[in-house]
Design a binder for this molecule. Sequence first.
Ligand code: GCB
Length: 644
Amino acid sequence: MRNIRNINQNWMFLKEDVSYDLLTDKNFIEIDLPHTWNGIDGQDGGNDYIRDKFWYKKSLTRTELPEGQKYFIEFKGVNSSSDVYFNGNHLGHHDGGYSTFRYEVTHYVDEQNEIYVLADNAVNDRVYPQKADFTFYGGIYRNVSIIGVQDSHFDLLHYGSKGAKVNAHVIDQKGHLELETYVIGKGKVSVEVKDQEGKSVYNGEPTNPIILDNVHLWQGKEDPYLYTVDIKLKEGTKVLDSIEYQVGFRSFHFDSNDGFFLNGKKYPLRGVCRHQDRPKIGNALTVKDHNEDIELIKEVGANTIRLAHYQHDDYFYDLCDKEGFIVWAEIPYISKHMNHANDNAKQQMRELIIQQYHRPSIVTWGISNEITISYAGKDCLAFHKKMNDLVHDLDSSRKTIIANYMPARINNKLNRVPDIVSYNLYFGWYLPFTSLAGWKLDRYHKKYPNEILGLSEYGAEGVDKVFNRFPRRGDNTEAYQAIYHERMLDIIKARDYIWGTHVWNMFDFAADARNQGGEPGMNHKGLITFNRKRKKDAFFLYKANWAKEPFVHLCDKGYEKRKEKKTKIKVYTNQSDIEIYHNSDLVYSGAVHNHKVEVIVVVNKANHVVVKSNNLQDEFQFIKVNKKPKEYKIKKTKNVSWEK
Ligand code: GCB
């Protein structure tokens, strides 16, 4: 059997870049995994966070190992590159900070074992990402385990997969389970498929495909029904190895005029992008953090997530499968093509696809993001064609996609390469006139009516400390952010052909090179703050449009000191009728159009606003002041750009 033991506890860390031979004399400090050395300096601005090579070490006795005849060490993510040593033996070098990799250690295991890992996030031109609007936190920031297996087992060294290739589809109303196993040694493979209630629906030979009648479909968020595929390697009745996958039977297709279809039904995809990091811990996340994120994404009512701009934790993809999100998965081939990194991009793509192949949630593999932001000449184009072919070779069931840069022309040759093109459009933020987003999409759709087109990013900064009576582009107020998103929602609603839309971003995130909104080191385009504690008004706008959970929400609550004589009160809700009271006077009673109601009230010395609908209620207070408070303005700081 396969025995997995997590070894995250009791590691040592040395913040020095020294050679392996000198390590014995060094004073390491005690830490537990997951860990990063950029938790603070990667989030405080200045683009001066430490990008270097540092050491981790861990002692392990034989008694701490799980049972097994062969042993493997598994890393779920070490950013960005690593060298691993086991009892003095160099196991290997891995490039790419966001995917799983393993080494066999059987022959090196002793009574006392010493593991050393050199983690490296130093600048280079071989490994993606190098240039992007987020912090590349260095360290062993995901789980590490020792896996014990029998001499015969499913291959653990095939691009970090569990040792099989599994995927479920629906073809002609029948469930097709695609199955291939990679066996090391001897044994007979058997497969059992169980439904969500645990009832066995197939038990036998690993035919490829296994065809099942009457499968219960995986129908997105409405019904994310999962089957378990239990694959065993046996010798007689003895089980040598056993692996499990959760799959969902579904079919999907994209239509250039009508967007996305799930199981033959039109299923417009409206959702968010997710960056994963958090204050002080960067990407060194816990299960609790991932759970909190998915709950918030559920609450806003999205049905799709673009997992930007790199491979996310296996656990998060699990959550997406279970909750029925449609996922765009991608690698960090971003912002700048580097000829020396072609092999690395291919390897990262292979790892992503081979590790996540079975997932019902994933429908697109993202090749690149805004690659044309830097010079992207013939090499870049030629390489996109290669990547596109590679993805098709690895997976013919899903689509390739790129997220293109706003200024990239619609006849840009790169747009002709992947199956689907989506654009990151920031008209209304970096450039004036939000409506140009609709104009650009329409022009594209008119010129290339048979191409599938999407909106991979759009957003505006929203900082909870700044307020403006007349919110406008570039002022970083949450109020403008909300207005921008109202306009974008109208643009989206009028265009059925857009296969998928993804708000940038669900959460604020760290980008150490930034200096915007009076808080260096942060990108504030999230619908929720970096610490996940505050939902911004734009969050409630989307919730009103997308979610069923009834609510009423008053906007601009933080705008507590108002100088103006008359002020606007705004409500977002998914209710059909509401009442608004200002200092006990009923100032609005009636219908809600397009999920929003706005009223103007005269500002008194003290003001108490209440909105009600049936048993739902929200309220807040503000006061009248003579001067606009200083703290409502952003101190002028130079806006450093990560693009340089
Ligand atoms: C983009 C990038 C994303 C940035 C975003 C922004 O288009 O793909 O990584 O964070 O713009 O906020 O500028």
